[in-house]
Every structure is written in structure tokens, then in C-alpha cells.
Design a protein around this ligand. Sequence first.
Ligand SMILES: [Zn+2]
Ligand SMILES: [Zn+2]
Length: 346
Amino acid sequence: MQLEEPRTALPTTTLSAVWHGMGDLRLEQQPLAAMGPMDVMVDVVGCGVCATDLHLLDGSISLYRPPRVLGHEVSGVVRAVGSAVSHVSPGDAVALDTSVPCNTCFYCREGRPFNCPHRIPVNAGFSEYNVVPASVVYKLPPGVPPSLGVLAEPLSCAIHAVERGEIRPADSVAIIGAGALGLLVLAVARLRGATHIVVSDLDAGRRQVALQLGASRAIDPSAESLLSVAREMTDGRGVDCAFEAVGTQATIEQAFELPRQGGTLVQVSVPPVSARPSLPAYELFSRELTIRGSYIRTNEFRRAVDLLGTLDLSPLITHHFALPRIHDAIEAACTRQGIRVVVGQA
Ligand SMILES: [Zn+2]
Ligand SMILES: [Zn+2]
């Protein structure tokens, strides 16, 4: 194996936060995989704490099995590249996609890599270093600091959600939840041409950022009815498209009321598997609603990385903890402090 200009000896182990089961996250020194010709070693700069991580930790979803290193919103700086890697070089700021699809199964050939039953997750962001296949490594646009690269992954999910919603110029939109995902959906819906956007969140700081990102209204649902505001904004009809970005049974049921006749509801949050929202079937029929799930992404990651060079998303990163303080980071995210909590280099 040949490496390009290794300035110092490469690390062979990394400190990582290993998930061992419900509520059990331990800091452990782990061996790093040996570098192959198509691998890249990355110094992790940051990794966002996402609802998916919290749900895996509290046992409310079962996407993966423990033990494994969590963290899938990963950015860093390239430390070394394998001999056959040409699209990035040591020193490049990068964001990492989260899995490698098999490219041969039915779903891969349908262009749905996240439905691939054989996909290999490479998300191990709660670590000092990662060795990953070159195919998941994306160079950030010039001038974008590696710390902002953590938003590439959730931004790609937001682009996917807005495409699922088929937003048109001048559409009206309601977004329940102004966490990172809801705010990124807002930013992308604006780019796609939505002009009347109401966002609902209990947190005043999040509502402030929603207004900065172009929301027409940002309401406190404990003080105002989102449904009334959405109808007021649309001559009583309801919005063209509603996005549910909280993930509770109650907010999903609430989101169902928001679209106009012939409108669309996109569920982009990660609800617990136990959620069983009741949907009035007659209204599904009579309002001719379209209800769509939005699961991760298909091919939006490259565009998300590109958009990081255009959008100012720095207000979304509100908390930062060094890796040894990951338990404090998880606590901050669980208690919905700020917007995005990031773990990584100080
Ligand atoms: Zn996530
Ligand atoms: Zn596949």
C-alpha cells in the first residue's frame, strides 16, 4: 500500500463511543481498520447527535444491532488516502455519507440505496478517526469549514423530503418542528420556491432561527393553533404541503389536518416504532390527500455538500462537546437544548 506524503505515522487505534445496548454507551479504544487502496483515513472534526442516535440508545427503534459505534453526521479532514484514491487528498475538509450499498440488489438497481438489504453502514462518527471507503467521502466546497460539514447528512435528508413533497414555486408549506431537520426542510423549501411557510416549535430560539431562514411565520404551538394560522395564510384552504419533523403520534395526527384538499403530507421525522397515529380514513378519501414517508435519501448527498457552500447554516450548530463528554452531549440532545449538538474536536 502506498500513501501520499504521510507526514506522521498513522494512528492504529481510535477512541470511540461504543453503543452496547439500551442506555449503554462506553468510551473505548478501538483498533482502526487497515487502509486498503480505495480507503480514506479521516480525522473526525465533528459528528452531529441525531434523533436516530437517541432512539437507538433508548431502544425505541431497532435500525442496527449493538455493539457498534454510532454517529452518522460526520465531517473531518483527510489524514491519508489509499494508493487508488484520487478525488481527495490529505488536508481536504470532507463530509462522509453513511453507508455503502451493494449496487446489485433489486433496490440498488431501482435507485434506492437505503432500502438495500446488504448495505454496509460506515457511520462511526463518535470517534477520533475513521477509515472509510473512498465512495462515501465528499470534499466540501472551498471556504466551508469542516465543522459545518456535519450538516451535509441531515441536509441531504431535507432535500429528499422536499423532493418527496414536490414543492412548487409559490406553494404554501407548514413545518411541524424546528429542530435541525425541520429548519433544513425550511431552507430547501425556500430554495425550491415555496413563499408562504409557517413553522411551529415550542422553543423560542428555534423559532428565531426559522425566521432568519425565511419562514413567513414561526409560531409557538402552546400559544397559537398551527391549523388556524395555516388556514389563515391560505384563505381557509390549508397548505399545499405539510412536513412532520418531530416524530410523535400527536404531531403526526396534527400534521394530517394541515394540507388542503389534494395536498401532501411528508413524514420526515423518525417516530418510535410504537407510534400508531389514527388517521381518519374518510378524510384521506374525501380530501384526496397524498401521504409520503421520507427515508434518508437516494442520491442527494452530493447536492447537500454543494449547498453548504451557498446557505449560511451556522446558526443550527448550537452546542459542541469534546468526544470524552459524549454523555453530556447526548443529555443535551435528549432534553432538546438548542438545535444541533455536535461531538468532536474542541
Ligand atoms: Zn441523522
Ligand atoms: Zn443493494
